[in-house]
Design a binder for this molecule. Structure first.
Ligand SMILES: NC(=O)c1ccc[n+]([C@@H]2O[C@H](COP(=O)([O-])OP(=O)(O)OC[C@H]3O[C@@H](n4cnc5c(N)ncnc54)[C@H](OP(=O)(O)O)[C@@H]3O)[C@@H](O)[C@H]2O)c1
Length: 316
């Protein structure tokens, strides 16, 4: 195993300096790693804008956070359904109205292992539409403020990037021919990761070095992910796995995204997550990423397709 730049215990939130005056925008904070990341950011004094699809759950989350951390925390909720481009655009507008800067946008929300092919209102396969196109549009629309703030864009990917067909199925992006929950989820997470490295390339070409972009993943963490969108069988398997040492707490699963959002001078070319067994658990740090995730030809084609599909372009 490579030595971890943060020592034997890996990166932990002890490294985060006080965050008073800093503003973070986090998607999907009603459970799992997004909730834990938000809690830690708030506990360090940051302000957090939470973007969630369920207003009631978001209100309940604020209630819990205040109960645990006190009424002084600065947290607010904006409604956003990543599966609906109109909602994402409206949320981005709302964010720009309420914050003067963004130190980091953490794209954490996702669905996984959707049993049958479903399309979003915009006509994309549900995981690609939610996890990829939703985040794509949000990032592009918030980019100008992130740039002005010298901020960061953090994408929470998955080891799934390496479990499907390991490329983008451009000739059948919606899996009309042979839908499989795992392949479709894996493609959406690969697309998310690829677009971060492509964003780095484009920022470099445009001579923009104010924004940093990072890709990470939470390993195998005990969250609601499969319970929310997976099949009965996947829920059964994942809930059994939760009892084994092959999974870790949601809090630990939040460390990679927190590291990417706050650690000074972190190398953008890295891929960050647990470095223990199979990269599912263990000390957090950089670890290997397979070359297909950094394939420039595929990434460029995906970027151009995304601009066409969403009608959104990045204002570099
Ligand atoms: N847990 C793991 O082992 C694992 C492994 C690899 C990667 N990941 C990644 O980790 C990230 C966090 O997931 P998690 O494991 O913490 O799962 P989680 O507990 O299910 O949390 C996912 C969050 O995303 C939100 N969300 C889902 N669909 C949304 C939409 N259309 N619009 C807005 N928000 C939406 C959920 O909201 P609701 O409460 O409304 O459902 C929830 O707040 C995801 O990107 C996931 O792909 C997790």
């Amino acid at each position: 195993m490579n030595s971890n730049q943060f020592g034997k215990r890996g990166w932990t939130p002890d490294r985060i300096e006080p965050l008073n005056g800093k503003i973070f925008v986090v998607t999907g904070t009603t459970s799992g790693t997004g909730f834990e990341a938000t809690k830690i950011l708030l506990s360090k004094g940051a302000k957090v804008v939470m973007l969630n699809r369920n207003k009631k759950k978001a209100e309940h989350t604020i209630h819990i956070l205040k109960q645990e951390l006190g009424n002084q925390i600065e947290v607010l909720a904006i409604n956003m359904d990543l599966a609906d481009q109109v909602s994402v655009k409206k949320a981005a507008e709302d964010v720009l109205k309420v914050v003067p800067k963004i130190d980091a946008l953490i794209c954490n929300a996702a669905i996984a292992q959707v049993p049958q092919q479903k399309l979003t209102v915009d006509g994309w396969e549900s995981q690609m539409g939610t996890n990829y196109y939703g985040n794509w549009t949000l990032q592009a629309l918030l980019y100008p403020l992130i740039e002005k703030s010298k901020g960061r864009i953090v994408t929470v990917g998955s080891l799934g990037y390496d479990m499907g067909i390991k490329t983008i199925k451009f000739d059948d992006l919606n899996w009309d021919k042979d839908y499989s929950p795992n392949d479709a989820y894996s493609q959406s997470k690969l697309a998310q990761i690829m677009s971060i490295y492509e964003l780095q390339n484009r920022l470099k070409k445009a001579g923009k070095n104010n924004v940093k972009a990072y890709a990470c993943h939470p390993g195998s963490s005990r969250t609601n992910l499969i319970n929310t969108s997976g099949s009965f069988m996947m829920k059964f398997i994942f809930n059994l796995m939760k009892l084994s040492p092959l999974t870790q707490s949601a809090e630990k699963g939040a460390y990679p995204q927190l590291m990417c959002a706050t650690e000074p001078d972190l190398d953008q070319s890295g891929f960050y997550g647990p470095t223990g067994r199979s990269n599912w658990v263990g000390p957090v740090g950089a670890h290997e990423i397979k070359p297909h995730a950094k394939n420039k030809t595929t990434a460029k084609r995906l970027w151009e397709l995304s601009e066409k599909e969403t009608g959104v372009t990045w204002n570099f």
